[in-house]
Ligand binder design. Structure first.
Ligand SMILES: [Zn+2]
Length: 69
């Protein structure tokens, strides 16, 4: 079950919630009970290779291994 981060539009409370894959609705705010919550982009490091300052292969610090020589 993935954990999502939500922010309540009503009171600004941020919280994490375990949401089953089958769930279509966002959870309600545990602080004020409002259903007006916004899902935040989860910050999961899926690609930690290379440097963080660029995404192109022209960067010398993150050029592909076994590339041009
Ligand atoms: Zn709230």
């Amino acid at each position: 079950m993935p954990i999502y981060e939500y922010k309540c539009n009503a009171c600004g409370h941020e919280f994490e919630a375990l949401v089953p894959m089958s769930a279509k609705k966002a959870p309600s705010c545990p602080g004020c009970g409002s259903a007006k919550v916004k899902k935040l982009i989860s910050v999961i490091a899926s690609n930690t290779s290379g440097c963080s300052s660029c995404t192109s292969s022209s960067c010398s610090s993150c050029s592909p291994k076994g590339g041009f020589s």
